[in-house]
Write a protein that binds this ligand. Structure first.
Ligand code: NI
Length: 227
């Protein structure tokens, strides 16, 4: 399931993050790539252990924690500290699948990457090319969102970033280990959650049907969640 989460960051937060990135130590993006993806990868990244990365993560992680769409769709157990990349003219990232397991140095912990996320920090009119192209069950999906918006998709998907032909594309990206590993089950729970929201709006939150649907949602999540 591919889900767009709008306005994860406010305009002010995007501006603040970009100001910090202006002076950040951009390095070759191959450092976080696996062997196969290193060959396809041509971009710049902020080193994971740089102080500016920590500062940026402190803006993004709380914003994620309170976003209802991210929480309902990803059902996060662990979130990898967000990374930052940029693609300038001529740069791109060919088809690849992200590594299945990653090590979070600061927490001395492994994370299984169930859900991939890209949080856009440049607006679409600032660059040409640079579409994130994700293969899903229904074919290729092209994604290019406003600064502050985010797309999440199953980390099992083949994806690429098309070469930039004008301007520069900045983004944050990270992975989530979900309480529910299977994308099909996550999709059902997400649809269920959206339907409950709609029922709540139509019928009122104290309506018997809303209460019983909510109970069923939680009992289903209890069946499937692994912590
Ligand atoms: Ni990737």
């Amino acid at each position: 399931m591919l889900v767009q989460a709008k306005s994860i960051l406010t305009t002010d937060q995007v501006r603040e993050i970009r100001a910090l990135l202006e002076n950040a130590p951009w390095a070759d993006g191959k450092v976080t790539a696996g062997l196969q993806s290193a060959m396809a990868k041509n971009n710049r990244q902020i080193p994971e252990d740089s102080p500016v990365a920590a500062k940026l993560q402190q803006i993004i992680l709380p914003a994620l924690a309170q976003d209802p769409v991210f929480n309902a769709a990803a059902l996060p157990l662990r979130v990898y500290p967000p990374l930052f990349n940029r693609y300038d003219v001529g740069m791109g990232f060919g088809n690849h699948v992200d590594n299945a397991v990653r090590f979070i140095k600061a927490a001395n912990m492994r994370i299984r990457t169930d859900v991939s996320a890209t949080l856009f920090l440049s607006d679409p009119d600032e660059y040409d090319g640079g579409d994130l192209v994700i293969q899903d069950t229904y074919g290729e999906q092209r994604v290019k969102l406003a600064a502050g918006d985010m797309v999440i998709y199953p980390a099992t998907s083949l994806h690429r970033v098309e070469p930039i032909t004008r301007g520069s594309r900045w983004a944050s990206f990270f992975w989530t280990q979900s309480m529910v590993k299977d994308d099909g089950q996550r999709t059902l729970l997400y649809d269920f959650d959206r339907n409950i929201l709609e029922a709540r709006q139509t019928l009122g939150e104290d309506h018997e049907i809303v209460l019983s649907l909510t109970a069923t949602y939680h009992n289903l999540l209890r069946q499937w969640a692994e912590l």
